[in-house]
Design a protein around this ligand. Structure first.
Ligand code: ASP
Length: 458
C-alpha cells in the first residue's frame, strides 16, 4: 500500500510544476525559443487539457451524481429521528448563510478600503467591453440569470425542485433549461433528502434500501480512492493549462490590485475567520483539520469545481478528518452546491471593483444590496468553473436598479464591464473554490460538534 503522505507530496509537486511549466509556456521569450513554437505550444495545451479536463476531471465528474445520491441517503437515514434531522438542517443552513455573509462583509471592507477600481482608465474600460462583446454574443448575454432580489430567489427555488429528477441527474434542468454535463446535483440532493426521510418511515421494509445505499456508498468511496491517485498528474496538467493561457504577470497589470484584494480576502477568511469559528465551536486545532483536508483543497485548486472535488472532500473528511458519515452525507454534498464563502466574497469584491472603475456611486443601501445579492448569487452558482462570473449579473442588475432609482443622472455598470475581470477569472476561481470546499468541511465538523453523533450514526 502506497502511503498517503506520498500522494500529498506528489499533488503538491504537481501544483508547483504545473505553475512553472504554464508560466514558461506563457512567456513569449521562452515560447518563441522553442523549435516550431506555435505548434509545440498548441500541442502542449492539447495534452494538458486532455489529461486534466478529459481524464482527471472526467473521472471525478463520473462519480458525482452516484456519490451524491448514496451519501445523502446514508446521511439522512443515519439520523436518529426527525426532530434531530430538522435541527441539523436548520443549523446547517444557518452556518452556510452566516459564513457567507461574514465572507461578503470582509470582501466589502477590503475593496472599500483599498479601492482597486480607481486606477482603471477609460481606454481599459473600452477595450474590456469590446473584448467581452466579442467573446460573449448578445444572445448569451440576454440569457443571463433572472435579475434582482426576487429573481435571485425564484432562480434558486427553480434550481432546487426537480421537475424531473432523472433529467437533473443526467444534466438537463427543465426549470432553468441549463444543460450541465456533470448533472445538476442540487435537485438530486433535494430528491434524495426527501427519499431518505421516507425510507426511514416505512419500517422494516426500508432496511433493504438502507443496506443497499450503504453498500453502494462504500463501493463509490473505493472508486474515489483509486481515482485520487490520478490527482498529481491531473492537477499538474490543469494548472499548466490555466497559467499558460493567463500568465502570472496579470498580478502586475492594472487589475492586479483587484486580484490581490480578492486573494487577501480569501486568505483571511480561510485562514483566520473559519479557523476561529472552528476553534470556538469544535475546540480542537483547526489547522490540524486543514492539514487533514489538504488533498481535497489541492484538488479544488486544480479543478476549479466544488462538485468535481466533492468525492475527494467526502473521502478526506470521513477517512482522515474524522467527520461522521451523517455530516459527510448531509453537510458536504449540500454545501458543495449551496455554501460558497469564496464565491460570495469574490462576487461582492468584483461588483464593487467594477462600480469603482465606472465611477458608479455606491451608498450604504447599495452596499447592503451587494451583500445580500452576492450571497444569493453564490448560493445559486453551480459548483463548476467560472459559475460565479455568470451569476454576478444578478448582483450588477440589483445594484444598477438601486443606483438609477436614487440618482437617475448617474451611469450604471454595463454588463460588458465583466470583460475587465474575465481574463483572470480562472486564477481567482482556483482559490475561491478551495475556500468553498474548506467552508463545507469546517461546517461538517461544526455540525458534528453541535449535534453529537451517536454510535449508530458515526
Ligand atoms: N468554481 C466555483 C466552485 O465550484 C464556483 C465559482 O465561484 O465559480 O465552487
Amino acid at each position: 500500500m502506497i502511503p498517503r503522505w506520498l500522494l500529498t507530496v506528489l499533488i503538491l509537486v504537481g501544483l508547483v510544476a504545473g505553475t512553472v511549466v504554464g508560466q514558461l509556456l506563457y512567456d513569449p521569450a521562452y515560447r518563441l525559443s522553442m523549435p516550431d513554437s506555435q505548434h509545440a505550444h498548441a500541442t502542449a495545451l492539447a495534452v494538458f487539457t486532455f489529461l486534466g479536463n478529459t481524464v482527471f476531471m472526467g473521472l471525478l465528474k463520473m462519480l458525482i451524481i452516484p456519490l451524491v445520491a448514496t451519501s445523502v441517503v446514508v446521511g439522512v437515514t443515519s439520523v436518529g429521528n426527525f426532530r434531530q434531522l430538522g435541527r441539523i438542517g436548520i443549523k446547517t443552513l444557518v452556518y452556510y448563510f452566516a459564513t457567507m455573509l461574514l465572507a461578503v462583509v470582509l470582501g466589502l471592507v477590503l475593496v472599500s478600503v483599498f479601492r482597486p477600481g480607481d486606477t482603471i482608465g477609460l481606454q481599459q474600460r473600452a477595450d474590456a467591453e469590446a473584448g467581452f462583446r466579442a467573446v460573449v454574443p448578445e444572445a448569451v448575454q440576454a440569457q443571463a440569470p433572472q435579475a434582482g432580489l426576487i429573481g435571485a430567489f425564484r432562480g434558486l427555488v427553480d434550481q432546487i425542485i426537480p421537475v424531473n429528477v432523472i433529467g437533473s441527474a443526467v444534466g438537463i434542468d427543465y426549470n432553468t433549461r441549463v444543460v450541465q454535463n456533470t448533472g445538476h446535483p442540487l435537485p438530486v440532493i433535494a430528491f434524495f433528502i426527501f427519499f431518505g426521510v421516507v425510507v426511514t418511515m416505512i419500517g422494516p421494509k426500508g432496511r433493504i434500501l438502507i443496506a443497499f445505499f450503504d453498500a453502494a456508498f462504500e463501493v463509490l468511496m473505493k472508486m474515489v480512492h483509486a481515482v485520487i491517485w490520478m490527482a498529481p498528474v491531473g492537477v499538474f496538467a490543469l494548472l499548466a493549462w490555466t497559467v499558460a493561457r493567463i500568465g502570472l504577470g496579470a498580478f502586475a497589470s492594472a487589475i492586479g490590485g483587484y486580484m490581490v484584494v480578492v486573494l487577501s480576502g480569501l486568505f483571511i477568511h480561510g485562514l483566520i475567520v473559519l479557523p476561529l469559528l472552528y476553534w470556538i465551536i469544535v475546540r480542537t486545532n483547526p489547522f490540524r483539520f486543514l492539514h487533514d483536508m489538504r488533498q481535497a483543497l489541492m484538488t479544488a485548486i486544480g479543478t476549479d469545481s466544488s462538485s468535481a472535488t466533492l468525492p475527494v472532500t467526502i473521502e478526506c473528511a470521513t477517512e482522515i478528518g474524522g467527520v461522521s458519515k451523517r455530516s459527510a452525507g448531509f453537510v458536504l454534498p449540500l454545501g458543495s452546491t449551496i455554501n460558497m464563502d469564496g464565491t460570495a466574497l469574490y462576487e461582492a469584491v468584483a461588483v464593487v471593483f467594477l462600480a469603482q472603475a465606472y465611477s458608479v456611486p455606491l451608498g450604504p443601501v447599495e452596499l447592503t444590496l451587494v451583500a445580500i445579492t452576492a450571497t444569493l448569487a453564490a448560493v445559486g452558482a453551480a459548483s463548476i468553473p467560472s459559475a460565479g462570473l455568470v451569476t454576478m449579473v444578478i448582483v450588477i442588475d440589483a445594484v444598477n436598479a438601486s443606483v438609477l432609482q436614487a440618482h437617475p443622472e448617474a451611469s450604471a455598470i454595463p454588463i460588458a464591464a465583466i470583460g475587465l475581470i474575465i481574463g483572470v477569472d480562472r486564477i481567482l476561481d482556483m482559490f475561491r473554490t478551495a475556500v468553498n470546499v474548506w467552508g463545507d468541511a469546517v461546517g461538517a465538523k461544526i455540525i458534528d460538534r453541535l449535534e453529537p453523533v451517536t454510535r449508530l450514526e458515526s
